[in-house]
Design a protein around this ligand. Structure first.
Ligand code: COA
Length: 263
């Protein structure tokens, strides 16, 4: 989408940046000139992606971080600023999810997902505030899901946490605009990753069923999501603040009342 290095000199933290969609953001942002700190609870997830980025001529720092622990989040931001001298962009991508009916969900299962998604997003945003505020420049992008402003039977923990992050996106956008910090979100539909498939597509026909609900008749491509993220974090989107952009091939609206296809 972009040909010029729109993120030259910019420094970005991407949580969950070693695998899946986080890796796609990392590669795209690096190709566009950003220097990156990638965070994950599992250091083993980070090094291969950091090595890939370095092999393409980019800069990447791996910072082992559990976003549920504020001290580790503060350390992530401190190490990034020590290493690169600044922090411009934060992508809150780290997530946790699994399929479970609400009636069977344990308190601990609820807490694990809400802690990662909702609390983790706040801790990271709050910790990123000081370096962003001190330079009067910041771009925060929260990764939601297309059900964040709807419902998601089977993942009430994730749905409720993402809805909270959507409200947080809008609220922080208003509070921090005075520091030239913009806070936006993307809400992806089905962008297959190894993590999502193993956790959410448990039956043999799950993939076919998911596909059936997508008017575009295909899954999303990682680079399509990464390009949207790049646009929202770029200075081309400077007047967009507190927004969530759904990218799902139209699936969110595909709940027909009528049997219109057989008319
Ligand atoms: N069904 C029901 N309950 C589940 C579950 C499942 N598939 N997976 C985990 N849980 C419950 C556990 O049983 C536990 O509750 P309990 O103590 O009452 O038994 C609770 O969730 C916490 O599980 P645990 O594995 O101890 O937590 P964790 O902090 O190590 O892992 C998760 C957090 C559960 C979110 C884990 O899936 C994870 O780390 N995911 C990260 C990656 C990810 O999910 N990405 C999203 C891709 S879409």
């Amino acid at each position: 989408m972009f040909r010029e290095p729109i993120f030259r000199d910019r420094v970005a933290i991407i949580t969950g940046g070693g695998t899946g969609l986080g890796r796609a953001f990392a590669l795209r942002f690096s190709d566009l000139g950003a220097r990156l700190a990638l965070a994950s609870r599992d250091a083993g997830h980070l090094e291969p992606t950091c090595a890939e980025i370095r092999a393409r001529g980019g800069e990447a720092l791996a910072v082992e971080t559990d976003v549920r622990i504020p001290e580790q989040v503060e350390n992530m931001v401190r190490r990034t600023v020590e290493h690169f001298g600044r922090l411009d962009i934060l992508i809150n991508n780290a997530a946790g999810n699994f399929l479970c009916k609400a009636e069977k969900l344990s308190y601990n299962g609820w807490r694990a997902v809400v802690d990662i998604v909702l609390n983790g997003t706040f801790y990271c945003s709050r910790a990123a505030l000081e370096p962003m505020k001190s330079r009067q420049y910041g771009r925060i992008l929260n990764i939601l899901a297309s059900y964040a402003d709807g419902a998601s039977p089977g993942t009430v923990h994730s749905c409720a946490a993402k809805a909270g992050v959507l409200a947080m996106t809008r609220t922080l956008a208003v509070e921090w605009a005075r520091y030239n910090i913009r806070v936006n979100a993307v809400a992806p539909g089905s962008f297959p990753t190894e993590g999502a498939s193993s956790r959410l597509w448990l039956t043999p026909d799950a993939e076919v069923r998911a596909l059936r609900g997508i008017p575009a008749a295909r899954f999303g491509r990682h680079e399509e999501l990464a390009d949207l993220a790049a646009f929202l974090c770029s200075d081309y989107a400077d007047y967009i603040n507190g927004e969530s952009v759904t990218i799902d091939g139209g699936a969110k609206w595909n709940h027909p009342v009528f049997d219109w296809e057989n008319l």
